[in-house]
Design a protein around this ligand. Structure first.
Ligand SMILES: [Ca+2]
Ligand SMILES: [Ca+2]
Ligand SMILES: [Ca+2]
Ligand SMILES: [Ca+2]
Length: 314
């Protein structure tokens, strides 16, 4: 009994020691970029800000990205670029450039992200989402790589109220927006080699808005905000947020993601794809009968705003 208790205590201490505590920020960030991309019209502004946490660290919100320097993923559907095919059969796939992840086998990935993604293959940043915030778009990435193919993606649920994880919507000025990513990867013969589902790993690095820090439960690599208040507000400017640094080498094939939680899947209805033609015009690829790619994210689709996902395909 004593031995059992000792083991339990050691395991508890180990798991508590292992849990990486976040840095907390309070209130809005300072804008450092008025918008990464301007579509004009009625789209939301993809601004970027910085904010200092109570422990003196500086955080970029909603995330640090490579948008300005990286190759943009080709458009499957992008209103801003005037590319609005009704279906995949209207898309000239041969015109999509083949990116090189260092290998000889060719793959093609179809991606719909709410709102922004960066795609790394075998440790190399291949392409980033051409539209950081809205309107909703979808992308195609053709690439060459050798198996096993390790996919690592940075996903961002963008925000209007910088540092506060919220946007105008649903009748409130500080409505916490949601995320979600769907991807279907095929080989050169059109055979599915991966879809987004719960076999992926997903970890969050920015949680907000937090009205009350005590709702956040952190144990080991679990960053659980499911008991936090997710309702909108017209007075959200003093809310808090939790931030963690991205681990070194997280895009590398040999990075150990075994301790990350499994990705959580969300239904089309939960994410809300109705009227999003960037998704619904391509149901044969995103909701394929034999390979129905799921929306994935970390454990909180609403409050988790910066999420890393990984999977290795053999
Ligand atoms: Ca996008
Ligand atoms: Ca959010
Ligand atoms: Ca969103
Ligand atoms: Ca689907």
């Amino acid at each position: 009994m004593k031995v059992l208790f000792l083991c339990f205590t050691i395991a508890l201490i180990a798991s508590l020691a292992f849990a990486q505590q976040p840095s907390f920020t309070k209130g809005p960030a300072k804008e450092i970029d008025a918008g990464l991309f301007d579509c004009g019209s009625n789209d939301r502004v993809s601004a970027v800000g910085t904010i200092t946490s109570e422990d003196g660290k500086i955080w970029t919100v909603p995330a640090e990205t490579s948008f300005k320097t990286a190759t943009k993923a080709a458009d499957l559907y992008n209103e801003c670029a005037g590319i609005t095919p009704d279906s995949l059969s209207d898309v000239d796939l041969s015109a999509v450039p083949v990116l090189d992840a260092g290998g000889s086998e060719e793959f093609i990935a179809y991606i719909f992200g709410d709102n922004y993604f960066e795609l790394h293959v075998n440790g190399k940043l291949l392409a980033v989402d051409a539209m950081p915030f809205t309107p909703f778009n979808s992308s195609i990435v053709r690439f060459k790589a050798d198996r096993p193919v390790t996919i690592a993606m940075k996903l961002v649920d963008w925000e209007e109220n910088l540092g506060l994880g919220s946007e105008k919507g649903r009748g409130s000025a500080f409505h916490p927006g949601d995320g979600g990513l769907v991807m279907h990867i095929q080989d050169i013969n059109g055979k599915t080699i991966a879809i987004t589902d719960s076999s992926w790993r997903a970890q969050t690095f920015y949680i907000g808005p937090l009205k009350d820090l005590s709702c956040l439960k952190i144990q080991g690599t679990i960053r659980d905000s499911s008991s936090c208040d997710m309702s909108g507000s017209n007075d959200g400017s003093s809310y808090s947020a939790a931030h963690w640094p991205l681990p070194d080498g997280w895009t590398a094939a040999n990075f150990d993601d075994a301790t990350w939680p499994s990705a959580v899947t969300y239904t089309n209805e939960t994410v809300g794809i109705r009227n999003k033609l960037a998704y619904t015009n391509f149901l044969d690829i995103f909701d394929a009968l034999e390979a129905d790619a799921q929306f994935i994210w970390s454990s909180n689709l609403i409050l988790d705003n910066l999420v890393l996902i990984r999977r290795t395909i053999n």
